[in-house]
Ligand binder design. Structure first.
Ligand code: AMP
Ligand code: GLY
Length: 423
């Protein structure tokens, strides 16, 4: 089979390395891929947001199955266009991808169907938003309605910061049109858990749980980033929490989307907070998380292509999805200065196998792999327990060199603490 994976980051590299294990696959293409993905797939230079061009290319090149991984092309309808051309896909249509594409849609969906989430109000008028803030307890959370590269969430500690956040989104348009409408919601507390799931609209199968580390610096300090590392499973996600989430959140969400005429097929991501009042949804994503995928897929035992085809054909119930009884840790190696200003173009050298080393931001130049982004690599290790996985991941990191490399040294520490252990 000829497979196309749309996307160009570490998540797509993890998907491709996982798909490559399937015997059914002859060729994997990546649009646009990157210099590291080029090691595992044939890369095709194209803007992933130009969804018409992507669909035309897939048709001309007789692609048998496509996986659309990032939020932008999903929200823009890449799957609709590919399906119109008769190409089966893993990923939701744009009608279903709105669950991530509009926070107002997802909040209203949860309210309508009684799915636990933070209390909120939505605003399209700035003055109304500003006067509402006067009545709110602090801290308070302000979210841009649309996609904002994972940056559209501001937690304000006081009224001034909250007002400035609303103004920056609605008046200064720092997130462009994404901030024309905002959600103002209650600040929740508790451990965070990411749960990715496979769903075909009839069956929903949660994958192994994971924990992200969003802040740039050790001890969860510094700026928010796209994610500096992950571990799986997440120790806070016990069997009883999993059962509660399945009953009160996962199945109700799948059914709610069906009732709205927006059946979701693909990977539905639940960003959860385990609050003193039970698990609540912080956010939905319409796709695999990044860098959660980099720890979840290396633990998958079942053939990924088989699952993805079953989802596309609405027969997920027939597939037994299994995960290894092991742990995984992914350490992101970034460019010094990320998520703000950083230099790029430094050569990356490996004194270790590149299996489970997922390239996010690098390009090939005359056979050399050069840094080309803020997050450069996701270095994953799998072991029988979390402590060993963490050690193994950092050992691997030591064997990969590039100038200005920066990484957190405490990925997994929070999870080990929850298990009552130290690094
Ligand atoms: P998001 O981009 O929606 O994942 O939000 C980024 C981060 O903001 C989340 O991972 C949470 O840590 C935090 N956050 C979002 N919503 C809330 C909330 N209602 N209460 C507390 N923290 C939140
Ligand atoms: N790691 C969270 C996300 O992919 O948005």
């Amino acid at each position: 089979m000829k497979i196309l994976v749309v996307g160009n980051g570490g998540r797509e590299h993890a998907i491709i390395q996982s798909l490559k294990k399937s015997k059914k696959i002859k060729e994997i293409y990546a649009i646009a891929g990157n210099g590291g993905i080029a090691n595992d797939a044939i890369t095709v230079d194209m803007d992933v947001k130009d969804v018409q061009k992507v669909a035309d290319w897939a048709e001309q090149n007789k692609i048998d199955f496509a996986v659309v991984a990032p939020d932008d092309p999903l929200v823009l309808g890449a799957v609709n266009l590919l399906n119109e051309k008769g190409i089966p896909c893993f990923g939701p249509t744009k009608e279903a991808a709105i669950i991530e594409g509009s926070k107002i849609f997802s909040k209203n969906l949860m309210k309508k169907y009684g799915i636990p989430t933070a209390e909120y109000e939505t605003f399209s008028n700035m003055d109304d938003a500003l006067s509402y803030l006067e009545k709110c307890d602090m801290p308070i959370v302000i979210k841009a309605d649309g996609l904002a590269l994972g940056k559209g969430v501001i937690i304000a500690e006081n009224l001034d910061d909250a007002k400035n956040a609303v103004k920056s989104m609605m008046e200064d348009k720092v997130f462009g049109a994404s901030g024309s409408n905002v959600v103002i919601e209650e600040f929740l507390t508790g451990p965070e858990v990411s749960v990715l799931s496979f769903t075909d609209g009839k069956t929903l199968v949660p994958m192994i749980s994971s924990m992200d580390h969003k802040r740039a610096l050790d001890d969860d300090k510094g700026l928010n980033t796209g994610g500096m590392g992950t571990v799986a499973p997440n120790p806070y996600y016990t069997n009883s929490v999993a059962k509660e989430c399945m009953e009160k959140i996962f199945i109700p969400t799948m059914e709610a989307m069906n009732k709205e005429g927006r059946t979701f097929k693909g990977c539905l991501y639940f960003g959860l907070m385990l609050t003193p009042k039970g698990p609540k949804v912080i956010e939905y994503n319409c796709r695999f998380g990044d860098p959660e995928t980099q720890v979840v897929l290396p633990l998958l035992k079942t053939d990924l292509l088989e699952i993805m085809q079953a989802v596309a054909e609405e027969r997920l119930a027939e597939v037994k999805v299994e995960f290894k009884k092991k742990s995984a840790c992914c350490v992101i190696m970034a460019s010094k200065g990320y998520p703000e200003k950083y230099d790029k173009g430094f050569e990356i050298t490996f004194k270790t196998s590149r299996k489970n080393v997922f390239v996010a931001g690098a390009k090939l130049d005359g056979g050399k792999l050069l840094t080309n982004g803020g997050r450069v690599l996701g270095v994953t290790a799998v072991a029988y327990d979390l402590k060993k996985a963490i050690k193994k991941a950092y050992k691997k990191v030591d064997k990969i060199k590039f100038a200005n490399a920066y990484y957190r040294t405490d990925i997994g520490k929070r999870a080990l603490k929850a298990y009552g252990e130290k690094i």
